[in-house]
Design a protein around this ligand. Structure first.
Ligand code: CAA
Length: 258
């Protein structure tokens, strides 16, 4: 598919989506988000893709929602179109694992989209913030909710109330970022991690993702019950049998997603 604001590539079993609007530091205009949704739907429906990587450029992962496009909107418009919903939440709807590889600015809606991914890998150049308060508003794509769950109330409150930028080391310490790499190694390290996940059963990966996400939505007892049932369900898959037999037979497992 031809896109104007993003680039998509398939590297083996990994689908890579790169924001490509460098003149605006990859700010998310509506056209870009429509393309993100179309690209993710394509990866989701392609059995050859087992893991998705979302990334930006060296200077910016994304500097947030497009302020120029947003500036003239009014309440009836944003309410009626349910602005920042239809084409923004496609990342959160993905059932395959989605990794955010972040270098440079990761601000506002950029950080919110990164947090919709399953985990964030950061270059040592990455800078994270929720600067919406500096333009008279507040995060609108989950920043106050996901950042609070990831980094805790105090950190989230301080970041959202001041709009200040946090570097990659602080972001890792705060629990926002899973791992930090030197900028030059970010994509190679991200691909290694994506390929490793892609080598496992895609059904097991989907179940892990669904179960970890359930931890945010429910009580511990219900979450444990959910996990146990999915664990039981894995016994209905050929991949579970293959994985265990391969271990016992001292050979490499070949997972087929069945
Ligand atoms: N929207 C639209 N355009 C943007 C943009 C944004 N979020 N961020 C940067 N740009 C544009 C700039 O306007 C500039 O365009 P021109 O060359 O046409 O002037 C170009 O990208 C380069 O940006 P700068 O010249 O500003 O680059 P810089 O290196 O001096 O500064 C920056 C970089 C600190 C990231 C600065 O661009 C900035 O503060 N950007 C805005 C960040 C922000 O407030 N994001 C939150 C958006 S609101 C949101 O996301 C709502 C939500 O929760 C969904």
């Amino acid at each position: 598919m031809d896109f104007e604001n993003i680039i998509t590539e398939k590297k083996g079993a990994v689908g890579v989506l790169t924001f490509n609007r460098p003149h605006a530091l990859n700010a998310f205009c509506a056209a870009l988000m429509d393309e993100v949704t179309a690209a993710l739907d394509g990866f989701e429906n392609d059995d050859a893709v087992r893991v998705i990587v979302v990334t930006g450029g060296e200077k910016a992962f994304a500097a947030g929602a497009d302020i120029k496009e947003m500036a003239e909107k009014n309440f009836p418009e944003v309410y009626k179109e349910d602005f920042i919903t239809r084409n923004w939440e496609s990342v959160a709807r993905c059932r395959k694992p989605v990794i955010a590889a972040v270098a440079g600015y990761c601000l506002g809606g950029g950080n919110e989209l990164a947090m919709m991914c399953d985990f964030i890998l950061a270059a040592d150049t990455a800078k994270f913030s929720q600067p919406e308060i500096t333009i008279g508003t507040l995060p609108g794509a989950g920043g106050t909710q996901r950042l609070t769950r990831l980094a805790g109330k105090s950190k989230a409150m301080e970041l959202c109330l001041t709009g200040r930028m946090m570097d990659a080391v602080e972001a890792e310490r705060a629990g926002l970022v899973a791992r930090v790499f030197p900028a030059a190694e970010l994509m190679a390290e991200t691909m290694k991690i994506a390929e490793k996940i892609a080598s496992f059963s895609p059904l097991a990966a989907m179940m892990v993702k669904e179960s970890v996400n359930r931890a945010y939505e429910t009580t511990l007892a219900e979450g444990l019950r959910f996990e146990r049932r999915l664990f039981h369900a894995s016994f209905a898959t050929e991949d579970r049998k293959e994985g265990m037999e391969a271990f016992v037979g001292k050979r490499k497992a070949l997972f087929k997603g069945r």
